[in-house]
Design a protein around this ligand. Structure first.
Ligand code: HAM
Length: 460
């Protein structure tokens, strides 16, 4: 309850300010406003279209899961589990976590719904919020969105290549140039052997390691390879490379993936230090980076790889799998930086303008009749002046405006204004829909002819 001033019934001003300021956004989260929604829907449409052709089906897992799913699935010693999970105990005493990533949840769903019985691989795509308690900075939020592809039930290197290719294709369709950094971290056995060699190497450099790296040395020396600390880079560059410790099966698998990517013309670079920060990975790992070195985008747009042991780790039968996830906010930030605008999926052809109360009423009906008849139509029925309505029509780039005023109401007519040349005609209200359709069809035909003409010209 706000405090009352002694002399009046008004709440004390100070209290009001305090109340307002406490209703701000939580640190590290964002409202997705209409401007960004346009990008979100654009990307969503591309993802939906592509996954449809490649046979990936949509899946949505809950935003809360049992905490243990991520502790086991993502790994106890990963950054996500050690320090980034939004975990809590609910009223019933269950230990729950707000989903920090999608893969473990998809693997859980695969097991829980007995999908091993389906023809394999089972391929999914998803789109949703993820939550990680990270230190907020550019490109790093506490609540963000990812889209992801997961294919469970096949260890064919073609699946790895397909997932990488699809991710690349989405970027290309959005107008972004990206490079895919790839590596293989082999099987568990290869890694165990490699870890020993790496441990010995980093021990010889112990005095040059940072405190963080020294800690990683004890827990998992592979993680040092992922370090962004400038001082460590020369040491990391000189480190033994995992490729030399891959067994023949892992090596062959990786070479096939690379071969398929070459066939598909995907720009890949081999990055021997790429290990990824989640424990479920084995064999192929990859990250998607913008090819533009001048951009402010300092982190990967997406990442993924194989996780052949995850389903078994979560209690299912052995099931090889691979996937990727891409961060939508990072993608949108890059698109904006590159001044790439989402293509409008709704471009109205007609604008309904009105003048006066009676005309407004009629316009509401006319608008709905046009919309129901399949015409792409826009309005600003809440605006009063004709000038401001026509300005809006102009901004929307419509072909025609239909204007209803007092006179038209009395005559049973509508004014049709060609927005390109400003020519106005009076038409019968009853004939307005067929007339509009006829004109729009005619324009479509002219445009098609023009495109055809251009194509013939370029063929010659
Ligand atoms: P991840 O590398 O942790 O992988 O995340 C994938 C992408 O999500 C990142 O490249 C980034 O674009 C975005 N992202 C991650 N954290 C943040 C954050 N704090 N703020 C903004 N964006 C962020 C995974 O999540 C794996 N599940 C990928 C995968 C799928 N592996 C196999 N299947």
């Amino acid at each position: 309850m706000p405090k009352k001033n002694n002399n009046s019934k008004e709440p004390v001003k100070e209290e009001k300010v305090k109340t307002n300021s406490s209703f701000q956004l939580v640190r590290g989260v964002k409202d997705v406003l209409p401007e960004d929604q346009a990008y979100f829907f654009w990307i969503f449409d591309q993802v939906r279209e592509l996954t449809r052709s490649y046979g990936y089906e949509p899946i949505e897992t809950p935003i809360i899961e049992k905490t243990n799913l991520f502790v086991r699935g993502v790994g106890k010693q990963t950054d996500i589990v050690e320090k980034e999970m939004f975990s809590f105990v609910d009223q019933g005493g269950d230990h729950l976590t707000l989903r920090p990533e999608g893969t473990a949840a998809v693997a859980r769903a695969y097991i829980e719904h007995g999908m091993l019985a389906l023809p394999q691989p089972v391929k999914f795509w998803y789109w949703g919020k993820m939550l990680r308690h990270e230190r907020p900075q550019a490109g790093r939020l506490r609540e963000f969105h990812q889209f992801g592809f997961e294919a469970l039930g096949s260890d064919d290197p073609m699946i790895d290549a397909q997932i990488i290719f699809m991710t690349y294709k989405i970027m290309q369709q959005l107008g972004l140039e990206v490079t895919i950094a790839v590596n293989s971290i082999g099987s568990e056995e290869c890694r165990a052997q490699y870890k020993k060699v790496l441990l010995d190497y980093f021990r010889t450099k112990r005095s040059e390691l940072s405190d963080v790296a020294k800690k990683q040395l004890i827990k998992n020396p592979l993680r040092i390879l992922d370090s962004k600390e400038d001082d460590l880079l020369p040491i990391i560059e000189q480190a033994p490379q995992i490729f030399d410790y891959l067994n023949s099966a892992s090596r062959e698998h990786f070479l096939k993936v690379m071969d398929y990517l070459d066939e598909l013309d995907v720009p890949v670079i081999l990055k021997p230090t790429l290990v990824r920060g989640l424990d479920y990975y084995n064999r192929t790992v990859f990250e998607v980076w913008t090819s533009d070195e001048k951009t402010s985008q300092q982190s990967a747009l997406g990442g993924g790889g194989r996780y052949d042991g995850l389903v078994e780790l979560l209690g299912g039968r052995p099931t090889p799998a691979a996937g990727v996830a891409v961060g939508i906010e990072r993608l949108v930030a890059l698109l904006k930086e590159k001044e790439i605008k989402p293509t409008l999926d709704y471009q109205p052809d007609i604008f309904v303008a009105q003048l006066g109360e009676e005309a407004k009423r009629k316009s509401m009906l006319l608008f709905e009749q046009l919309r129901s008849a399949g015409v792409k139509v826009a309005e600003s029925l809440s605006k009063e002046g004709l000038k401001s309505q026509l300005e809006k029509a102009d901004k929307l780039n419509v072909k025609y405006a239909l204007i209803l005023g007092q006179k038209e109401i009395l005559d049973g007519t509508v004014m049709l204004r060609d927005m390109e040349n400003g020519i106005q005609e009076v038409i019968d209200q009853k004939k307005v829909i067929p007339e509009i359709k006829k004109r729009l069809d005619k324009q479509l035909k002219i445009q098609a002819e023009l495109v055809k003409g251009e194509e013939i010209k370029s063929d010659i």
